[in-house]
Design a binder for this molecule. Structure first.
Ligand SMILES: Nc1nc2c(ncn2[C@@H]2O[C@H](COP(=O)(O)OP(=O)(O)OP(=O)(O)O)[C@@H](O)[C@H]2O)c(=O)[nH]1
Ligand SMILES: [Mg+2]
Length: 449
């Protein structure tokens, strides 16, 4: 099975097995669906003027993207192949966010301002055989960042979620200023983004005056990177420059090969596609599983109250059944014979059951009303107030999952119905486990082979 076939198999398994479970818990498939759609994506991020567009032009062997000193391009440009049989053309953001075949429908919520800063360029190039690139507006410092008119950090985060490979590009002039964009970038990258999906690049190194200068910039960048990733070990940083733009100098030739490695890495992004999709499916399974766990624990507590109510009402009802006519006879002289005395005499006329049965029924009705109007609403309220106690969050990982799904649980608890207590939550957990074991593991094994 090749990658494209595997992708569509995973897609169909997700919609036949996972989607119905998600729907039962009122959860949304849009995000996962977006990542299952379309082709591998490489997102190029970084400081302004760090050479993102120059790198893209170099990959394509054509001057497609505008380049220049100072912030040059303030749009997200999706570069990809023309659609089947079509010619090269530009497509505006408004069409992109409304096209169900593309994974960008979720971007509508970022508003007009963003949409007018989003476009697609369809370019005929072998690079786009099985790949799309996203060129992004350069990151500015935190002060200028406020002026964009749309939620830049979250837009980047959404693109980063979709991307199979993220190239983070810095230049030596601003190796220190990434500290300023540190928070933006940190919040930008999804928790689950594996380090294998991020490539760090320091470009324009030909502009370092000498080796000492380069080493200092590299050191600063590494320090900032370790702050960003929270890791002690330094990830590989590609030190590159663009031979097309830089002055030719023998010292630089040393690094020319590094640029080629970077290009190879970008072109190999499709090989990360399936593992990225599987990570996303895994994440979705973990999310829904935690929602089911919470609803299960909520249901168990509710069922306990129902059982207790039923037990008590049967005890009281039984007592009323046997003794009600004793009391009425005592006070109003009716009926002449009580149920117990008839029992002892060995013959009970059927009409003698009427009063005891009426009493039993009244008890059951009152206790049902008590349960549904008082006990359960009080329990639902308690659960809503202490929703965190519904699940165990003993590990950091589970804490993160819970933070992601807590809102979905809150929504489910807004107006619970008694029948929600009797949904087969335990069975649904088993279904999720089976889905993980039977399908996801199998696909992981397929790509490891
Ligand atoms: N000397 C040198 N100049 C470079 C290199 N790469 C890019 N440049 C120049 O740096 C400037 C900025 O490059 P761009 O490719 O426009 O940078 P960008 O990251 O796309 O910038 P924005 O889109 O504004 O964020 C341009 O004038 C490029 O010619 C390089 O490796 N060496
Ligand atoms: Mg650019």
């Amino acid at each position: 099975m090749n990658e494209k076939e595997l992708q569509s198999t995973i897609q169909s398994k997700v919609s036949s097995k996972l989607a119905p479970l998600l729907a039962k818990y009122n959860m949304d498939l849009t995000e996962l669906d977006a990542s299952l759609k379309w082709k591998p994506i490489v997102l190029i991020l970084g400081n302004y003027s760090s050479g993102k567009s120059t790198f893209i032009n170099e990959l394509l062997g054509k001057d497609i993207q505008r380049t220049g000193q100072a912030p040059t391009d303030d749009s997200f440009t999706l570069l990809t192949a023309p659609s089947n049989g079509g010619g090269e053309k530009d497509i505006p953001g408004a069409d992109l966010v409304n096209d169900e075949r593309l994974p960008f429908t979720g971007f509508k919520l970022y508003g007009e301002k963003f949409i007018s800063h989003f476009r697609m360029k369809q370019i005929a190039s072998p690079v786009f055989d099985n790949l799309a690139l996203i060129d992004s507006p350069g990151m500015l410092d935190s002060i200028s960042e406020k002026d964009r008119g749309y939620d830049y950090a979250n837009v980047v985060k959404e693109f980063a979620k979709l991307a199979d490979l993220i190239v983070l590009m810095f230049d030596p002039h601003k190796a220190g200023t990434i500290q300023e964009t540190y928070n933006a970038i940190r919040n930008t990258l999804p928790d689950a983004t594996g380090e294998d999906r991020i490539v760090f690049v320091m470009s324009r190194i030909d502009e370092c005056d000498n080796v000492g200068d380069l080493v200092r910039s590299y050191g600063t960048l590494c320090w900032n990177l370790s702050q960003m990733t929270g890791r002690k070990d330094i990830p590989r940083v590609y030190l590159t420059y663009s031979p097309l733009v830089a002055d030719n100098n023998e010292d630089h030739a040393l690094w020319a090969e590094e640029r080629e490695h970077l290009k190879e890495k970008v072109m190999a992004a499709p090989s990360l596609r399936i593992s990225h999709i599987l990570q996303d499916v895994d994440k979705q399974v973990d999310d829904v599983r935690m929602v089911v766990e919470a609803m299960w624990s909520f249901a168990e507590g509710g069922k306990k109250i129902v059982r207790k109510n039923l037990k008590n009402s049967l005890i009281i009802g039984g007592f009323v059944f046997l003794c009600l006519d004793l009391v009425t006879r005592e006070f109003i002289g009716f009926p002449e014979k009580t149920l117990i005395s008839s029992l002892l005499s060995g013959f009970i006329p059927p009409e003698q059951f009427l009063l005891p049965l009426g009493g039993l029924l009244a008890v059951l009705l009152v206790s049902f009303a008590w349960l549904s109007k008082w006990q359960l609403p009080r329990y639902y309220n308690k659960c809503r107030k202490s929703v965190d106690t519904l699940v165990e969050t003993e590990t950091e990982y589970r804490k993160n999952v819970w933070a992601r799904v807590k809102n979905s649980v809150n929504e489910l608890l807004e107006k619970p119905k008694t029948k929600d207590l009797y949904l087969p939550h335990a069975k649904n957990i088993m279904k999720l486990e089976k889905f993980s074991k039977k399908h996801i593991q199998k696909y992981y094994e397929t790509i490891r082979k």
